[in-house]
Design a protein around this ligand. Sequence first.
Ligand code: PLP
Length: 454
Amino acid sequence: MSPSEISTWPIPSTTSTVASPIAPRCPTVMAPSTQQRRFSQASANTKQRAQMLIAKALETRVNGINPDECDAGSEDAFFVADLGDVYRQHMRWKVNLPRIEPFYAVKCNGDPKVLELLASLGTGFDCASKAEIEQVLGMGIDPQRIIYANPCKTPSYVRWVAESGVRMLTFDNAEELYKIKRFYPTAQCVLRISTDDSKALCRLSLKYGCPLDDTAKLLALAKELELDVIGVSFHVGSGSEDPSAFITAVEDARTVFDQAAEIGFEFNLLDVGGGYGTHNFEEIAGGLGPAVDKNFPPSVRVIAEPGRYYVATAFTLATHIIARRTVQDEMKGDLPSYMLYQNDGVYGNFSNIIFDHQNPVAKVLKDQNGFYYNSQPENTRLTEYSIWGPTCDGIDCITKSCYLPAVLDDGDWLYYTDMGAYSKCSATKFNGFSNDHDTVYVVSEPGAKALLDM
Ligand SMILES: *Cc1c(COP(=O)(O)O)cnc(C)c1O
């Protein structure tokens, strides 16, 4: 534990907790501290600057492409990533959860600049495969800053990890303990417990996590195998909409710490996993922070594995309209609606529709009259569209119906905000389309600029 984290115990006097008299299992609401207020003020100021930089990057790139003359494919969809946004999310984390060390979940978005920035901000990394671990180690990161957080690991990877210097790994079943005993007996093992993830976007506890009924037995086996179990991890599900799930999981982890002490382990690590949204982060932190402090003394190191939280809002995607079909529907009057076909879809960066249950919202970026990032055409008449990806599969649909204030045609551009999480990482090359679109970087925070030397 670093000195700055020790200094946060006990709870700073600038924060007050108000317990709800109605539902004691619900998160306690914390009044924002002076530090938190100052932080949100500062981030409101830089937001405007960020929007300007993103607009400029989109406009420069789009205006540099003449679809009538460009090389085949150079009008491809592209991202604009604001690394300043990632930086602000890190500061927001530090303000709200100062005791908890984030280990960024690489699977969410392995963008090399994002990883570089987070590395220089001092986060750790949650990796689930050999390639993810290699990517992080390849940046010169100390293997101690990595947790191999996949409870069911490929045996040959475990053998490889034993040589890599990465020590922390998770497990949730007896067979995995025998595997660890065989291939990496000196690993620092972390027991992943199951949680109530019924209100999460992507449920994980159906697949992973030891039920509380079985933890004592599993720990007894680990003791018998003379393995080094150092603590407990959980994940309440990705995109959690239930802040109280974090509190319940922390209390469950406490129960398992006590079981472990009885069996003769000295646990010193709590891993509170991922699941944090950008819209509900303060609400989650307001319950989680105090629950951790209440249940675990400062001698316990507390880490987390946020993924979506760090990258979701940092990435904007621009897509090019490649085709249009007019739909005349007499039932709907004489105004036509259109089917728009764009050059990225669910087999590409919109894989988040399938795998992450997202509904990306199209906005007009450019039509024949101008450029509209953050403004939209001043057209009171809305036109109905369905929007489709480029592959020949009927499932490749972005939206069955949406209304935009312009009559768009091929050659025009759309954009989508909040495309940083679980998008590019799960894109495919199906039908010969790219899974590797360009990213244009902007940095709206001087602090991040200095760290990245950009
Ligand atoms: C996917 C995953 C994460 C990241 O989850 P988010 O919801 O993106 O924060 C963290 N830890 C583990 C073990 C995961 O599988």
